[in-house]
Structures are given as C-alpha cells and as structure tokens.
Ligand binder design. Structure first.
Ligand code: AMP
Ligand code: MN
Ligand code: MN
Ligand code: MN
Length: 279
C-alpha cells in the first residue's frame, strides 16, 4: 500500500468545518494512510478522531498547532506525536485558550465600535461547550453570515487582518516555551507553513537557527498550496539547518477548493521525513 501522509489538518474542535469523525472519513476517502489532527491550541478533537481512525484503519498522529511568539512575530508551531496528558503541554494549551478568550472579547468590542453587535455571543452559542477556543476564522464566519462581508478574505482585509479595524494584537507564549512543552510531551516541534510569515532570508535563517537551538526538529516543506519553487527553498532550509521535513495540507474546509485533505506533493528525496522520527 502506498503511504500518504497528511500531518496538518483542522476540525470543528478549532476552526475546521468538519467534525473529527467527518475529517477522518474524508482522509480515508482521499487515501490518506497517516493523518495528524492539529487543531489550534486544543487537543479536544483527538479522542473522537482516534475512534474513527481505528475503525477505518488510518494511523492517527496526536497533533496540535500552537500559536507562539518569536520576537514580534506570531508563529504557528505544530506538535506531532504528543502525549495529550502531559502537564507542561496542558499548561501551554490553557494559557493560549485564556489569551484567545480575552482577545475574542476585545475583537467583539472593536466590532461594536464599527456598529457590528453580538459577534461574541453568536460565536459562543454556535460553539457550545468549546467556546474557550475562538479563532479569527469564527469572526470571519460571523461577519459573512450577517452580511457584513462577502468572503472570509474580505473579513480579514476589512476587519480582522493585522492593523485592520477589529485587529487586536496578542503576545502569545514564547517560542522557546512552546518548543519545550512539545518536547516534554514526547512530541516533535515543527514550524508550520514557514513561508507564510513573509520573513526576509536573513530573518528566516535567524529563526531556523534559533528554533534548532531550542530543540526544534522539523519544518513543513510540503504544504497544501503546491509550489515547486517554494518547496525547493524549504527543502534547502531543512537541510541547511539539519531539520526534518513535514507534509501537511492545513485542510480546514471542503468549501476551499484550493486545499484538500491528502492532496499534497511528495516530500523531496533529499529531505529527512519527519515520520522517521517516531517510527
Ligand atoms: P487566529 O489563530 O485566531 O489568529 O486565526 C488564524 C486563522 O485564521 C488561521 O489559522 C486561518 O485559518 C485563518 N486566516 C488567517 N488569515 C486569513 C485570511 N487572510 N483569510 C482567511 N482566513 C485566514
Ligand atoms: Mn486555522
Ligand atoms: Mn497555521
Ligand atoms: Mn493550520
């Protein structure tokens, strides 16, 4: 059987559109053999995902995508193959969720100043028991469903993006603490979508050097938006800094026609696969 790895995906436990069970079913349909569910700052979808992964004979990797602060930059650090019960990790998750709740309240206030009322209550009602995990995507969905914007992109461009009307800057947990917590929980720290931070080559090398020194082990070399040039750049960075390469679509929703679960390029031959670190 051909192995197909997708090590970055989201469910309704954070800002994904599919429940963990639906996500695993879609992975099976798309011939994924090893799936990591990596919701933002929560592991609450993993128990349900595991039950369905076992039923469908998919290997499920316990994952998470943690927001971290490096200098002035917010970075997304994926933790793969983590022990869910580990105290250090639980603490980091709790801190992130408190920060998200506080940020959500501030975003809602800023929206009210623009004449848009009731966002937080509507989001909390829709989320039910998981209301402690609110992302900007939830606000984008609210703004769309109440006809303030036509697309999620417009929600970010007008309200939620960096420096826009309802933007609230947050200081996330320091990168080093996030890396340490993932390592303590037996996991592998991976820099998610490294080119999305739009760092200069100098800053990127500074980040990769610092990340490696902290105990970071991999970067995503293959992401859902296939671009051979970018993949080559990332493969070179991985090798230069002796980091393994990960593969992940960052799938959120079937309505995004550009990104599909399991639709990822093969990891370049010259890069050490991240899954060799746990096999
Ligand atoms: P947060 O972690 O709460 O700041 O939310 C970040 C999430 O919002 C990301 O994981 C994406 O799913 C989504 N997102 C960020 N920027 C955009 C954008 N420009 N358009 C659509 N979704 C976005
Ligand atoms: Mn997201
Ligand atoms: Mn991300
Ligand atoms: Mn993601």
């Amino acid at each position: 059987m051909t192995e197909l790895y997708d090590l970055h995906s989201h469910s309704t436990a954070s800002d994904g559109a599919l429940s963990p069970c639906e996500l695993v079913a879609r992975a099976a349909e798309n011939a994924v053999t090893t799936l990591a569910l990596t919701d933002h700052d929560t592991v609450s979808g993993l128990a349900e995902a595991k039950i369905h992964a076992d039923l469908l004979s998919i290997r499920l990797i316990n994952g998470i995508e943690i927001s971290a602060q490096w200098e002035k930059q917010c970075l997304h650090i994926v933790g793969l193959n983590i022990d869910l019960q580990h105290e250090a990790l639980q603490k980091i998750i709790h801190t992130a969720q408190v920060m998200r709740q506080e940020r959500a309240e501030k975003i809602a206030l800023k929206l009210e100043k623009k004449g848009i009322y009731g966002a937080l209550l509507a989001i909390q009602n829709a989320l039910g028991k998981d209301a402690n995990l609110i992302t900007r995507s939830h606000f984008a969905t609210f703004l769309m469903s109440h006809c303030h914007v036509a697309t999620p992109q417009e929600a970010f461009d007008r309200y939620l993006g960096d420096g826009k009307a309802a933007y609230v800057s947050t200081t996330w947990t320091p990168l080093e603490s996030v890396v340490q917590a993932i390592l303590a929980a037996g996991g592998i720290p991976v820099i998610a979508h490294p080119l999305r931070y739009k760092l200069t080559a100098t800053r990127m090398k500074k980040l990769l050097g610092a990340f490696k020194n902290m105990g970071g082990q991999a970067i995503e070399v293959v992401t859902g938006r296939y671009n051979p040039d970018e993949m080559r750049i990332l493969a070179n960075y991985a090798n230069q800094f002796e980091l393994a390469g990960s593969v992940g679509s960052d799938f959120h929703s079937p309505t995004n026609q550009w990104i599909e679960l399991g639709r990822v390029a093969a990891l370049p031959d010259n890069v050490k696969p991240v899954w060799e670190l746990w096999q």
